[in-house]
Write a protein that binds this ligand. Structure first.
Ligand code: ASP
Length: 330
């Protein structure tokens, strides 16, 4: 993107109504995956496309929050926008499984009442995050998977998209490359990029929410489920502490119960959001070799976006502050 276009859009965003009548702090943070394309390989055109995608998603969620919408609505809006964008590994842009299918995971959680909904290994669903929300709101369950979740989607009136909707030459090439090297990979192969998408928000009533959606890992075995769909691993929200959405090698985030660990460190050890995130991402996960990052917001509207990979596509905004969009550490 041309710098001027970017600046103009920032202006529009930052001038949107970002404070509420009672002065409560709104906050929104999102990610488009950790472990970005190495800086040397990211040309201006591609960088502009990613930044546009992040900004568009942030704008949609911030509009919802500024209009008095709930944190839950805002995170769903953000994730839907990114699921529709083929650049990100979620919804339309999902990576291929080993047997050339798409299997997606998604989860959403409300910090107000600890309600949660998730779907795992679903195919043909354009917006898995909305299906996850339906599971939360219209069933007594938390997590539904595979054909049962797809049947529920059909009953709930979801349009089932054909495989072509999810096909892209680029993703197919990634699969061929991963197969050749017999590896399970996170989105971009040799240029290691984790493309999961996610968002966390704090609304005007002080409620928190988190949402995460992914196509998982290129060349994964069918039936493999990552951290995204696991409440407490890749997604968590509790008004008393924080809301978290993770990205990275899912197996590590499951084994460390990463998202819940951040909340626990705040709840039981009294750590600040930054301290708790730092401990989980740069100590616990790093020590195990768990590459990735997360976005987080706490009950006061502070945001934290740590990652231990080269980069993490991310954007955030809080009441009274400017829009921030970043990819690498600086
Ligand atoms: N965490 C996701 C998974 O393991 C991958 C990612 O973040 O890109 O399925």
């Amino acid at each position: 993107m041309h710098p001027l276009t970017c600046a103009a859009n920032f202006h529009i965003l930052s001038s949107m109504n970002s404070t509420t009548r009672d002065g409560a702090k709104l906050a929104l943070a999102l990610h488009g995956g950790a472990g970005t394309i190495p800086r040397a390989q990211l040309n201006a055109e591609r960088e502009g496309a990613y930044r546009d995608g992040l900004q568009q998603a942030l704008r949609r969620g911030w509009q919802a929050l500024s209009d008095g919408g709930t944190a839950l609505d805002a995170v769903e809006e953000v994730v839907r926008e990114m699921e529709d964008n083929p650049l990100f590994n979620a919804g339309r842009g999902s990576v291929f499984t080993h047997n050339e299918k798409h299997e997606m995971d998604a989860a959403i959680m409300s910090g107000k009442d600890l309600q949660a909904g998730a779907v795992a290994a679903v195919s043909g669903i354009k917006n898995p995050i909305t299906l996850a929300r339906r599971v939360m709101e219209q069933t007594p369950h938390v997590l539904m998977c595979g054909s049962g979740a797809e049947e529920f989607a059909r009953e709930a009136g979801f349009e089932i998209a054909p495989p072509e909707y999810f096909f892209s030459e680029f993703r197919y090439e990634q699969l061929m490359e991963a197969r050749r090297e017999d590896e399970v990979r996170l989105d971009h192969s040799s240029v290691k990029k984790f493309g999961t998408v996610g968002a966390v928000a704090r609304d005007a009533r002080g409620h928190l929410a988190a949402a995460t959606s992914t196509g998982g890992m290129t060349n994964k075995r069918y039936g493999r489920v990552g951290d995204t769909a696991i409440i407490g691993a890749g997604t968590y929200a509790d008004d008393k502490t924080c809301a978290i959405s993770c990205t990275g090698v899912g197996e590590f985030f499951i084994r460390t119960v990463a998202a819940y660990d951040v909340a626990c460190l705040m709840k039981y050890k009294g750590l600040t959001l930054d301290e708790a995130c730092e401990q989980v991402v740069n100590v616990t996960l790093r020590e195990m070799g768990g590459e990735g990052g997360l976005v987080a917001v706490d009950h006061a509207g502070n945001v934290s976006l740590p990652f231990n990979s080269e980069g993490m596509y991310r954007a955030w905004i809080t009441s009274g502050s400017e829009v921030q969009i970043a990819i690498y550490h600086d």
